[in-house]
Design a protein around this ligand. Sequence first.
Ligand code: C5P
Length: 300
Amino acid sequence: MTLENQMSVTASAPAKVNLALRVGARREDGYHQLDTVFMALDLFDDVTAFPAASAITMEIQGLGEDLPQDEQNLVIRAAKLLQEKYQVKQGAHLKVVKRIPVAAGMAGGSADAAATLVALNSLWKLELNSAQLAILGVSLGSDVPFALLGGIARGISRGENLSPIIPKIMYGWVILTNPKGLSTPEVFRKFDEISPFAPVNPADTSPVLKALENASYTELATAFENDLCAPALALRPDLKELFEKLENFGVGQILSGSGPSIAVLCEPEKLSEIAKKIQLAFPNLGVVVAIGPAAGAHLR
Ligand code: C5P
């Protein structure tokens, strides 16, 4: 092991699916009032922080190697935010190993930001607690606090105001990914266009919360509700056919976040069999298998 490796710190952060994503009208600050239920999946991006003199640099391995590696990337933004706020003199080189599909509605960028905060909190010995990290997280993106927390949680306001839900059983997911991503702001803009009279407050997520309480896969699938599905389908009519075809495989399916990934719920013991069938039915699309709930951002 080199000296550099000995001093490096690695953190992992999870992808998510929203079991319910209810959207209210656009607020004055441009965000939408949400009522959502997140579940973290055991599909993790890793961020390894290496010590550096003062600069912040990054590289990406795995998926998304062509993503910007400057201030447009949440990894660089998270590191600079910490550096500036806590007047850190040192820098860092951040190596991201990406497994979470990009622009897929699975909060991969938020996971990278969360993992960066956790890795640098350790590398730079800042000793920030989880509440402090969550406050930094929300200034980077609405989903970052959940990527830090993990598990299952209801999120209100922008989705950052979280109440953890104690899981009773594990859930299997086959995620059908898409080579062409969808932009979250664009999907929200489409939502405004097709729902000009959306109520200020979103519909509530109690059917999903009850299904989780009852530990019922079928009740959960019946309760799935994603208000971003209609706008995502308006932008990407090709997804409609995928939804129709997917009806024959798992217990139920839902668009993941703002899409275009579609998450198929199944019992964990049937996961690999259903994944194989879905891959055969959609040979040109990506299939990712995951189990949830999983841990939030943590040191490895
Ligand atoms: O918070 P984040 O930067 O991840 O959000 C990306 C975009 O998604 C926002 O700029 C906004 O257009 C939209 N968004 C929203 N309401 C939310 C969360 C996100 O309109 N609650």
